[in-house]
Write a protein that binds this ligand. Structure first.
Ligand code: 5GP
Length: 217
């Protein structure tokens, strides 16, 4: 198998983190690219697991050394994916699940042409609003910023390969999982396809020869 990165984007409150976690529980062929951020950890978040929580200075140092496959400012904080984080997961033979914003997704797709880009739409604005409010982490100003971001994010959905509505968790997880299954058998991704085909064709040639000489007798 030829592993690939899968970028899952959605407006915040769109359920990316839940869908990603559920998929990772289900499939052993997925690894997660832990991003770097300069935002403060939320309750329960673990450094090195949910994010690498960095100071701005540390983040800028990584950026200046060209270590990010993509980076962006999201809600006023830096976020970025280390090239090494993606490569390490691919080297282990697993697909890389990436939960990044739309600016980062566009950059990443440019840098990593084999990446699969999936966008999850909220079923409605009411549902998006309710999901953001449920988090209890959103004060009025933050909520407004996230709604404005959602507005911008919906403008670039055309850059994505797949678009689905995240109305219910289970069907959404199943749909993303089937996207992974389909991408695995995409012709361009199949390793050594030419030699597999050459071998089959060679064997067929000799069978055709053997059968046609049988008919002539
Ligand atoms: P949160 O702070 O709520 O975890 O994430 C805020 C936003 O930042 C989400 O849209 C998330 O997808 C995005 N994000 C997380 N990690 C990265 C990253 O490495 N790069 C980019 N560009 N966005 C990220």
């Amino acid at each position: 198998m030829n592993p690939f990165p899968l970028v899952l984007s959605a407006p915040s409150g769109g359920g990316k983190t839940t869908v990603t976690k559920r998929l990772m529980e289900r499939r052993s062929d997925l690894g997660y690219s832990v991003s770097c951020t300069t935002r403060a950890p939320r309750a329960g978040e673990v450094d090195g697991v949910d994010y690498h929580f960095l100071t701005e200075r540390q983040f800028i140092e990584h950026r200046e050394r060209g270590e990010f496959a993509e980076w962006a400012v999201v809600h006023g904080k830096f976020y970025g994916t280390l090239k090494s984080a993606v490569s390490a997961v691919l080297a282990s033979g697993k697909h890389v699940m990436m939960d990044i914003d739309v600016q980062g997704a566009a950059q990443f797709a440019g840098a990593w042409p084999g990446a699969v880009l999936v966008f999850m739409l909220p079923p409605s604005v009411e549902v998006l609003l309710a999901r953001l409010q449920e988090r209890n982490t959103e004060d009025g100003a933050t909520l407004l910023t996230r709604l404005r971001s959602a507005h911008e994010e919906l403008q670039v959905v055309s850059r994505y390969h797949y678009v689905l509505v995240n109305d219910d968790l289970e069907p959404t997880v199943a749909r993303v999982s089937s996207i992974i299954d389909a991408e695995e058998v995409k012709r361009e991704r199949i390793r050594a396809l030419d030699s597999q085909l050459a071998e089959l064709i060679q064997k067929l040639d000799s069978e055709i020869l053997r059968h046609s000489s049988g008919i002539r007798q």
